[in-house]
Design a protein around this ligand. Structure first.
Ligand SMILES: Nc1ncnc2c1ncn2[C@@H]1O[C@H](COP(=O)(O)OP(=O)(O)OP(=O)(O)O)[C@@H](O)[C@H]1O
Ligand SMILES: [Mg+2]
Length: 229
């Protein structure tokens, strides 16, 4: 049976993933700083609102007013949807991951959101750095968070920050990418002029594109370019 799909609405992207994310799935979006992760997630939520689907964005990083101002450049006025109770932008302090999870569940339920984005899993699971002896606990809580999202039925995008390292890892604990249903990696290359591209490292139940796809951040948000085969 084909899986029900949730269109991201990002031009050029849905056709690479059989029409969209699997309904109810958890999708990791990984990349270095400045690769377009926040804009991608906001594009996904904006598209949802245009399709009558409510959305929640939880930020543990940037201030909400900054994010909303950034995406206003694309003509996306989220405030009217906030006023209508169809969109929520939550700024949470990076406290313990269980508290964050509880707040996410509350927000999603309050506005009956079907799309959700977390910015970022990396910050949400910061605690273990300070308390290395508790790393296994935070790991299991992070695991619980991803499973809670799945059981809520929302289709989620979870940001994972990738360090600029010789051998970068896709996720903090290395297990998020296994728990997630998909992993999309955003790159910003400076070799031979600046260019952006993305790779779909995995997507369950999906015959996804396997190439490196160039994309642009335009005045209408993210646009994935067509590749001539
Ligand atoms: N209006 C715009 N037009 C074109 N490019 C833009 C526009 N706004 C932002 N950008 C590009 O997008 C980048 C920021 O994207 P975004 O905030 O989504 O990145 P990020 O991966 O979330 O970064 P971080 O890890 O720092 O949060 C900017 O550095 C800039 O290159
Ligand atoms: Mg960001």
């Amino acid at each position: 049976m084909p899986s029900e799909r949730v269109e991201t609405g990002v031009p050029g992207f849905d056709k690479l993933i059989e029409g969209g994310f699997i309904k109810g799935s958890t999708n990791l979006i990984a990349g270095n700083s400045g690769t377009g992760k926040t804009i991608f997630c906001m594009h996904y939520l904006w598209s949802g609102l245009q399709r009558g689907e409510n959305g929640v964005y939880v930020t543990l990083e940037q201030r909400p007013d900054e994010i909303l101002a950034d995406v206003a450049r694309f003509g996306w006025d989220f405030s009217k949807y906030e006023d209508a109770g169809r969109f929520r932008m939550e700024s949470l302090v990076a406290s313990d991951i269980t508290t964050i999870t509880t707040k996410i569940v509350e927000s999603v339920k309050r506005i009956k959101a079907v799309r959700f984005a977390l910015d970022s899993m990396t910050i949400a699971s910061m605690g273990w750095k300070e308390r290395p002896e508790e790393s296994f606990k935070i790991r299991s809580k992070a695991f619980d968070m991803l499973n809670t999202l799945k059981s809520l039925g929302v289709t989620s995008m979870i940001i994972s920050e990738v360090e600029r390292a010789e051998r970068p890892t896709i996720s903090k604990f290395g297990f998020e990418e296994f728990v997630a249903d998909s992993v999309v990696l955003l790159n910003y290359m400076m070799v031979g002029g600046a260019s952006r591209n993305l790779q779909i490292l995995k997507m369950r139940r999906t015959d996804h594109g396997k190439k490196i796809y160039p994309f642009d951040i335009t005045d209408k948000g993210i646009v994935v370019k067509s590749l001539s085969v």
